[in-house]
Design a protein around this ligand. Structure first.
Ligand code: FES
Length: 178
């Protein structure tokens, strides 16, 4: 008895079935990659770190100073927008004998535009929609729903540090307990 090969119709059907399964598996794999990235993304998120802003002596009493530094979450193609900034004001030594600072995120609490400090008027002004803040960062007028965001800071030795990339959001305003 001799072995006979399957009829051409059956072998073509088998091949098409195999091809359909393979393409289906490939499509599932391609769709799973971004989904897995979404699910696992928080695991590889960079933990907040402390970024030095300068020596305590670099900050004159009651003067607001803008400090910029590279955003720890920047991408190589971010260019100038890869920089972020904070407004720092030294408030002197508090009742506990510790250095006291006000560190405000430079981004407007409305839609995030960088605000500008005007020492002549003692106000922060937002160029985008006219938001205005008082010198302590509280809201004065305009569309912002709240005052500027306070960043988490600490003094280590004689150096002022800000926590980054722990940036404020409306849900996590980072108000310093001091
Ligand atoms: S972004 Fe500042 S007022 Fe809109």
């Amino acid at each position: 008895m001799t072995m006979s090969s399957p009829p051409p119709e059956e072998s073509r059907r088998g091949f098409l079935l195999w091809l359909t399964s393979a393409l289906g598996a490939l499509a599932t794999l391609l769709l799973a990659v971004p989904f897995l990235g979404y699910l696992l993304g928080p695991l590889k998120r960079k933990a907040p770190d402390w970024h030095p802003l300068g020596k305590v002596d670099d900050f004159p009493l009651d003067q607001t100073k803008l400090l910029t530094f590279p955003n720890p979450l920047r991408q190589p193609w971010d260019g100038k927008t890869g920089m972020t900034g904070v407004y720092v004001r030294y408030k002197g030594v508090n009742k506990e004998g510790k250095h006291d600072f006000m560190v405000l995120a430079m981004n407007c609490a409305h839609l995030g535009c960088p605000v500008t400090w005007f020492p002549q008027s003692g106000l922060f002004l937002c160029p985008c929609h006219g938001g205005v803040y008082y010198e302590d960062g509280s809201r004065a007028s305009g569309p912002p729903p709240r005052g500027m965001f306070h960043c988490v800071w600490k003094v280590d030795g004689d150096t002022l540090l800000v926590e980054a990339p722990h940036f404020p959001t409306l849900q996590d305003t980072l108000t310093h307990p001091a």
